[in-house]
Ligand binder design. Structure first.
Ligand SMILES: [Zn+2]
Length: 374
């Protein structure tokens, strides 16, 4: 790499020329809708496994090579190298003979993460992603294995960075005098957070649709596992049967469980009755906002306690466990999800699928919402 860069003259570029090159690349990405003009620039150059987009930055590459080449020449104590060092008083960008050489700036991933974190709007997602209960690697796995189009990826990043043209953004960031009222529910506060998970107007339509996509993935995998369906279809085409039964296993979808005693929370998304193992699994799905990841999981676990107690006697099983499946609107996944999937004997790979389903549907919700007149 250094030899190539050197022979093509790239190592001779000035810092201003390098900045211009990086800006040009960014404006091409923006022109192709792959990068929102107000999205985090730092995040573009952070590796994907750390939550960035993994683009190369010409200035960083250049400066890093200059520093390591210089270090190399100064460290090697061989005749020819010594001679080169002695004569290079500004002949090359390395200026090997210069004692008070000014080291060019090289931003590493940690530097870029600090900038990302420090931004008021962009930093909110950073903090959510780095929460103590969040599985960071699983939460960014869509960036490594999700195979999203560049344009969709850029749109998802703009949602996470909270830079969409909502009425809240226009009032407080653009400051164009917009009144911050939600165009759908007409309540104050049309922030991106409100649109993706807090608008009462979207609860029974859009949010339910997203929730059911995730629930359908879990239902289909359980149905396949117990041989209740013959073949797999893409999750968005899968229509769960209200009841599937093979004598040993019963699988309910979105069905009220009639009990002797009145129980308020009696309609979990999915119920498995396993008569061979003499156990029941009550599965409930949530797609909350990032900050409510752990809270949503705990709520699901307490919500069905009464039902769990009741069905043990009613269905003559030994145990009834409650399994919450939670992924946030921005695809965050809790460390506990692996354990919940294990209790359902489902593979961890399903995390990637439910994350992609949630993210793509969040993007659909935002696109549709913002296409309406403000
Ligand atoms: Zn609203």
């Amino acid at each position: 790499m250094p030899v190539l860069m050197y022979s093509f003259g790239i190592l001779k570029w000035t810092q201003t020329e390098l900045d211009a090159l990086d800006r040009r690349v960014r404006s091409l990405l923006t022109a192709n809708r792959m990068h929102h003009p107000r999205s985090s620039v730092m995040r573009l150059y952070i590796p994907r496994k750390c939550g960035g987009r993994g683009f190369l930055n010409a200035k960083t590459l250049h400066n890093r090579e200059i520093c390591s080449l210089r270090e190399y020449f100064l460290a090697v104590d061989v005749g020819m190298h010594r001679a080169v060092v002695a004569v290079d008083k500004g002949l090359t960008p390395l200026s090997l003979a210069k004692e008070n050489w000014c080291k060019p700036i090289v931003l590493d991933t940690n530097d870029r993460r600090e900038v990302w974190q420090s931004k008021e709007l962009h930093g909110r997602f950073y903090r959510a992603l780095h929460g103590p209960d969040v599985d960071l690697l699983a939460s960014v796995s869509w960036l490594r294995f999700g195979d999203l189009f560049g344009e969709t990826e850029g749109f998802v990043f703009a949602i996470m960075d909270e830079v969409m043209m909502t009425n809240n953004y226009r009032k407080y960031i653009v400051k164009d005098g917009t009144v911050d009222i939600c165009r759908a529910c007409h309540l104050p506060g049309e922030s991106i957070r409100h649109i993706i998970s807090g608008c009462s107007h979207l609860a029974n339509g859009d949010y339910l649709h997203r929730h059911n996509l995730v629930a359908r993935i879990i239902h289909q995998q359980l149905a396949l596992k117990y041989n209740l369906v013959e073949s797999e279809v893409p999750y968005y085409r899968y229509v769960p049967d209200p009841v599937l039964d093979n004598g040993n296993i019963t699988l309910y979808w979105d069905r009220s469980i009639i009990t002797d005693r009145t129980i308020v929370a009696n309609k979990p998304d999915i119920v498995v009755i396993d008569r061979l193992e003499r156990r029941t699994m009550i599965v409930d799905i949530a797609v909350p906002h990032d900050e409510n990841l752990v809270k949503a999981e705990k709520e699901k676990q307490t919500k069905y306690l009464d039902l769990a107690r009741e069905v043990v006697d009613m269905w003559e099983v030994d145990t009834a466990i409650i399994v919450p499946i939670v992924v946030t609107a921005n695809g965050l996944i809790a460390k506990s999800l692996d354990e919940h999937l294990r209790r359902l004997s489902l593979g961890s790979w399903i995390k990637g699928l439910i994350q992609k389903a949630a993210l793509l549907d969040t993007a659909r919700i935002v696109r549709r919402f913002l296409s309406q007149e403000p």
